[in-house]
Design a protein around this ligand. Structure first.
Ligand code: NAD
Length: 420
């Protein structure tokens, strides 16, 4: 990253601004600031695809490894049309802070291919995944960098990545990716871990501010791997989930959506739109609905200076990475909206990814109960760390979480020393 010319706006600008404020709070010097702001390694690759009709199209792919001070790099792989290098840099940096905050022995990474998965057949997606994996194979591995699912990718994508990497090195390497199918060394509980964590942290936040889950209302943006089960877990805890959305539309039911029926509808039709048990809603209006809890669980940058003034929720629990821009964050703070940051709220996924990696090393599978109990224990510890630090230093939860994480990464860096 060109240290001298950071972007003026977008996720990387926001991530760098958060870091700059944290460095100032912690009193670090400019050299340490540069170490923390700069990715250790970045790879940009071309991903040529022979399409089903015989034509060839070349996509851009990226893998950014932001930091290795606490261990191998770890982070998701995103397939989305608008993926670019700066977005991946920001997401990789946030992964470093997330792993440190929940104390898993990893640095942060992220990958992406600028492709719209919905425009491609399963066969095409497999070929893109395998080619991308072979291009980045020199810089990934169970001790180096361990990808996982993110937007537009899933456990099938991880199975193809593991198979491709294993074929290249000549033997099966389960620990090279996490979020695999359970039959291939995936962890029980991984598929729902991020959502379980979002709901767990949301309930802790509600309790800390004197709210009971029963009768509390919520809206969830995104009905993918994170949003879908977050809505389900919240509803199971007694929260009235009034609205959910996906890229094709949004639905609203004042007395609460029947999440099981909505899931069946979305499974059948590919979208929540048109669900007969609810009213249609303008997806943009979901963010400013009259609910207690807003869970953005789709993409970054959805809460902005344009809509933050109109957010009615008392709590924003960030299921997505980076859904709140820097400007929106300031407005929400001024309006006393409690923002529970992404690096805490959605850390359940990387925690169980860590458990999956541990299980691969042990060649032993844990029970789902064990996974879920250990997940909740780690998240609860991180939650209390953040609340305590925020209280002691008069910081927001995001500022406190980032400060704790950056301090841990810096301590590891100082202990290891600078080579040579
Ligand atoms: P996904 O691809 O499974 O689902 C994304 C969902 O968002 C889909 O329902 C899609 O229709 C919807 N969406 C996309 N654009 C939208 C828009 N403009 N408005 C409303 N909905 C929109 O992805 P996911 O894995 O659920 O990831 C969602 C977010 O959570 C991302 O920010 C990701 O980085 C973050 N996250 C994911 C994990 C994980 O384990 N999958 C872990 C931590 C954080």
């Amino acid at each position: 990253m060109a240290w001298s010319s950071p972007p003026a706006q977008g996720p990387l600008a926001d991530a760098l601004a958060q870091l700059a404020a944290t460095v100032e709070h912690l009193g670090y010097d400019d050299g340490m600031h540069q170490m923390l702001a700069t990715a250790r390694r970045e790879m940009q690759v071309s991903v040529p695809l022979r399409r089903d009709d015989g034509s060839v199209h070349v996509y851009s792919g990226y893998r950014v490894q932001h930091n290795f001070s606490r261990g191998p790099a770890k982070g998701g792989l995103r397939f989305a049309a608008n993926v670019d290098l700066d977005e991946i840099r920001a997401l990789a940096m946030w992964m470093t802070w997330k792993c440190a905050l929940v104390d898993v022995p990893y640095g942060g990474a992220k990958g992406g291919v600028a492709i719209e998965p919905r425009d491609h057949s399963v066969g095409e997606l497999e070929r893109v995944t395998r080619r991308y994996t072979s291009e980045i194979a020199p810089i990934i591995g169970p001790e180096v960098d361990i990808p996982a699912p993110d937007i537009g990718t899933d456990e099938q994508t991880m199975a193809w990545m593991m198979d491709t990497y294993s074929a290249l090195v000549g033997h099966t390497v389960q620990g090279v990716v996490t979020g695999k199918p359970v039959g291939l060394g995936g962890s029980r509980g991984r598929a729902t871990a991020t959502s379980r964590g979002v709901a767990h942290i949301a309930l802790l936040a509600l309790a800390a501010h004197g709210f009971e889950p029963e009768g509390t209302t919520a809206a969830v943006q995104g009905f993918g791997k994170v949003g879908h089960d977050a809505a389900r877990f919240l509803a199971a805890a007694g929260v009235i989930v009034r609205a959910v959305s996906d890229v094709d539309g949004a639905v609203y039911a004042r007395d609460g959506l029947d999440i099981a029926r909505l899931s069946a509808h979305a499974e059948r039709t590919g979208s929540v739109a048109g669900f007969p048990g609810a009213e249609p809603l303008d997806p943009a209006d979901l963010l400013t609905l009259d609910v207690d809890v807003l869970v953005p669980a789709a993409i970054e940058g959805v809460l902005t200076a344009d809509n933050a003034e109109r957010v009615q929720a008392r709590f924003v629990v960030e299921g997505a990475n980076g859904p709140t821009t820097k400007d929106a964050d300031a407005i929400l703070l001024q309006r006393d909206v409690v923002v529970v940051p992404d690096i805490l709220a959605n850390a359940g996924g990387v925690i169980v990814s860590y458990f999956e990696w541990v299980q691969a090393h042990q060649a032993y599978q844990w029970s789902e109960r064990e996974v879920n109990d250990r997940l909740e224990e780690r998240l609860t510890t991180a939650w209390h760390d953040v609340v305590e630090y925020a209280g002691a230093h008069a910081l927001t939860y995001r500022q406190a979480a980032t400060a704790l994480a950056v301090r841990r990464v810096t301590e590891a860096h100082r202990q290891r020393g600078l080579y040579p």
